[in-house]
Design a protein around this ligand. Sequence first.
Ligand code: SF4
Length: 366
Amino acid sequence: MNIGIIDADLLDKGTNYPNLALMKISAYKKEQGHFVNLLQSYNQFFNFDHVYISKVFSFTKIPEYILDKKNITIGGTGFFIDGGKNLDWRYEHHMPDYNLYLEYVNNKLVEGSSLRNFDYYTKYSLGFTTRGCFRKCNFCVNKKYDHPMAHSPVSEFLDTNRPYISLLDDNFLAFKDWERILDDIESTDKPFQFKQGLDIRLLTSKSAKRLSKTKYLGDFIFAFDYIKDRNLIEKKLNLWREYNHRTTKLYILCAFESQDEKDLVNIFERLKILMSYGCIPYLMRYQKYKDSIYKDIYIQLARWCNQPQFFKKMSFREFCEANQYYHKNKKTLCKAYKSMLDFEIMFPLIAKKYFNLKYEKINRYF
Ligand code: SF4
C-alpha cells in the first residue's frame, strides 16, 4: 500500500518537534513492506491508499474535507482530549522511523532555513521511558492513567548515531523506580533532557543530587503552576539550590483560574520567588487570556519573562520603557508602554509593588 502520514501541526502553523506516534507508525508500516511518505501539503492527499493524520494541538486547523474520507486514521491529543485510543503495541513499542521527516527537513534547508531549527528532527532520539501521572491537573491532557508506569527501555528508541536524547515522560519523578530508569538513560552516555520538565514538588535530596550529576542537556525545567504551592515550591527550590546552580526554568501557568488583576498579581508573586532563587520563568498563557481585558499585559509579560536576556537584566517597567525608546513613531506609544501605563492607572499599588522588581537585585545566588 501507499501510505501517507500527515503531521497536521506541521502543515498548519509548523512545529519544531516531530510527532513520535507517526514516526512509530511509519517504521512499522515500512517494515511490513508498505511505501510510506510524509505529506508536505494536503494537495498530495489523494495520492495515497491510506492516510494517518495526527495533531497534538486542538487549535491546529485541517481542511474539512479530510475528515469525511474513509481511508484515514486520526489520532493525537489535538483530536481527542484524553489522547484517544492507545497505539497498538506493535506500533507503540517499535523503533521510531528517524527518516520520516528527512525529506521535509532537506526541503526546508534548500529554502534557506537554518539546520539549528531542526535539531529535534536530526540530532535526538525520542521516546517515553515512563508514561502517566497521578496528579490529573485540570489544564493537562494527561488524565488517562492514575499513576506513572515504566514504558520503554531506552534501547527501544535509541538511535546510536544521534548525539542526544529527548524524553517525553509525563512525570518521571513520580515513578517509584526512577533511579533504575535514570541508570538506563545514563548507560547510553548521551546528554539527555526531559522535554516536559520535572515535578519539583516530588524532588528529594536524593533526586536533586542525582539529577545534578547527570549529563543533563539545556536548562532544567520544572513548573510552578499555582501560587498556593508557594511554600512547597520554595522549600524544594532551596533543596535544589543546595545541589545545583545551573540555569533552572519554571513554567508559570497563567490565565487559567482567572484572567484578571488577581491572576496578574499571582504571576508577579511567582516571578518574585523565581528571581530570589536565581531561576527564570516561562510564562504559559492559557488560551483564555485572549478574552481578558488585560490581554495586552499578558502578552507583554510573556515577551519580558520568556526572553531570559530581558528578564535577567530589566524590570518589567524598564522592559516597557525600552520598547518605547526603540518605538519608531515617537508621537505614539508602543503597545508595551501603553499597556503598562493603562494598567498602572487602574492599579497603582500593584504597579508600585511589582513593576520595578529586578532579578539581579533579588537573586540571592547572584
Ligand atoms: S503534574 Fe504535569 S503531567 Fe501531571 S497532570 Fe499535572 S501538568 Fe499533567
